[in-house]
Design a protein around this ligand. Structure first.
Ligand SMILES: Cc1cc2nc3c(=O)[nH]c(=O)nc-3n(C[C@H](O)[C@H](O)[C@H](O)COP(=O)(O)OP(=O)(O)OC[C@H]3O[C@@H](n4cnc5c(N)ncnc54)[C@H](O)[C@@H]3O)c2cc1C
Length: 429
């Protein structure tokens, strides 16, 4: 076994691992695969929980294709293997920042955008919506710049199915700070004002601790420009996060995995220990935090107006079925966008994410959550665990067949296929 993902849900032993340094090197790998009738898969940081990144015969590691290519006004072009955590240092001298980010920054730019990685904020789309152009090598071995708007609506969130992406241009914004406010609350109160919270805050999200009334709310306010950091320092926040969110929480998860019946009590103690904090820092430092406790995750997007129903459905099934869930449930929102396979394609969306500590005994929790989400027209995150196939996905994505048509043009011989893509896009050739 050569490759495994962060969540330890997938692993693979590809026959060869290549680390190209240039687009021509990528093209050469694809040419060889064409000649030998084999497949090629680029992997990013392995942070997808689904099998989307699982390589077959040839695995491409783009570690040697990282860094800034050029800045053109607000547009910054990066090589596709650049990690999100590397980007702020490249943008800082130009007074720029990425408009929005997810919870962590360990992913590669190509990996994050290929699966529709998103943060929260009802007027902000996922990271793929920031893409203005990209370069890729198609399954026909063509080295192409994608600028055509319709083709870009497929390729900016391409599931790794259209080509090996070599460069990505993102539209940045002038660097800005965020005033972050994290506050404990009662989950009933949060739900009562959920729509208002989502609509009046730039970025709102909350975590609910199952088996308790405890929630942690996070409100991020965008400030105009960069201002002096204030509140607990980055170091202090790191220590708090390290001790509470990583070390202590990790210990509690280990105990919970061994003694599931103790979970409600443990969650009550965790919920009671929540405390508030407010601080100001540069945007990237606020958006991303470290996750050291290993978990598995499923996340579904539903139309925003159904978010409360989706959350209540999960809460009810935990109670009804007696599941013991140690991990908080995360609720977020995002703007509608025009990308063919974005979870927010054509609809303003609310997100419910459920997690399991990676050592928890497997049970039907995720399957039951999926049932709730399917009844609400839910769309699964492409990089997180789900069981949906092409028949279901075609129903919930109006532009599904348009995407498949772009795939037929760019990868007619299915050089980039793997079992996950066969399932979600249809094993048609
Ligand atoms: C701890 C943790 C926190 C997370 N938080 C969030 C979050 O806040 N929001 C969210 O939406 N998601 C989140 N995710 C999910 C994660 O962002 C996505 O799964 C993302 O795709 C991972 O990026 P990666 O670089 O690890 O890509 P990988 O998982 O390695 O690959 C993902 C896909 O990208 C393709 N790919 C990679 N490079 C290329 C390339 N050069 N050309 C073509 N295709 C390519 C792969 O083939 C694969 O299909 C989280 C995951 C973890 C483990």
């Amino acid at each position: 076994m050569i490759w495994q993902n962060w969540g330890r849900t997938e692993s693979a032993s590809p026959a060869s691992v290549l680390t190209p340094v240039s687009e021509d090197g990528v093209a050469a790998a694809i040419e060889t695969a064409r000649e030998t009738g084999t497949t090629v898969k680029a992997v990013g940081a392995g942070h997808s929980f689904s099998g989307i990144a699982v390589p077959g015969e040839t695995m491409l590691d783009l570690t040697n294709m990282r860094g800034l290519v050029r800045i053109d006004d607000l547009d910054a072009t990066f090589r596709a293997g650049t990690h999100l955590y590397e980007i702020p240092a490249w943008l800082e001298p130009h007074g720029l920042a990425m408009a929005n980010l997810g919870d962590i920054d360990r992913q590669t730019l190509a990996g994050a955008t290929s699966t529709g990685t998103h943060g929260t904020g009802v007027t902000f789309g996922g990271i793929s919506t920031q893409i203005t152009r990209l370069r890729l090598v198609t399954g026909r071995c063509e080295e192409r710049e994608i600028t055509d708007p319709t083709e870009l609506q497929a390729a900016a969130l391409g599931l790794g199915a259209l080509g090996i992406v070599t460069e990505i241009t993102v539209r940045c914004v002038p660097a800005f700070s965020i005033e972050a406010s994290e506050q404990p609350a009662k989950v009933g109160d949060v739900l009562g004002r959920l729509r208002e919270e989502i609509e009046t805050n730039d970025h709102f999200e909350f975590y609910w601790f199952p088996h308790t009334e405890a929630a942690l709310t996070k409100r991020n306010k965008r400030l105009s420009g960069l201002v002096e950091p204030s509140g607990p320092s980055k170091f202090r926040r790191y220590v708090d996060d390290e001790l509470l969110s990583n070390k202590l929480f990790g210990g509690l998860c280990r105990v919970s995995a061994r003694f599931p019946n103790a979970v409600p009590t443990i969650n009550k103690v965790s919920g009671n220990a929540l405390s508030g904090r407010t601080f100001v820092d540069a945007s990237a430092a606020v958006f991303a935090s470290e996750r050291k406790v290993r978990f598995r995750e499923m996340e579904y997007a539903v139309p925003l107006e159904k978010l409360g129903e989706a959350f209540d459905g999960v809460r009810k099934l935990i109670a009804d079925k007696g599941y013991r869930v140690s991990f908080p449930i995360e609720v977020r929102a995002a703007a509608a966008d025009d990308l063919m396979l974005s979870t927010a394609s054509g609809r303003t969306s609310g997100y419910v994410a459920v997690h399991r500590y990676f050592r928890d005994e497997p049970d039907d929790y995720f399957r039951d959550v999926e049932e709730v989400m399917m009844n609400l027209g839910g769309r699964p995150h492409w990089g997180k665990m789900h069981t949906r196939d092409a028949d279901y996905l075609r129903e919930v994505y109006p532009r599904f067949d348009e995407f498949c048509a772009v795939r037929d043009r760019l990868d007619p011989d299915r050089i980039f296929r793997n079992p996950y893509l066969d399932r979600v896009l249809g094993d048609d050739r």
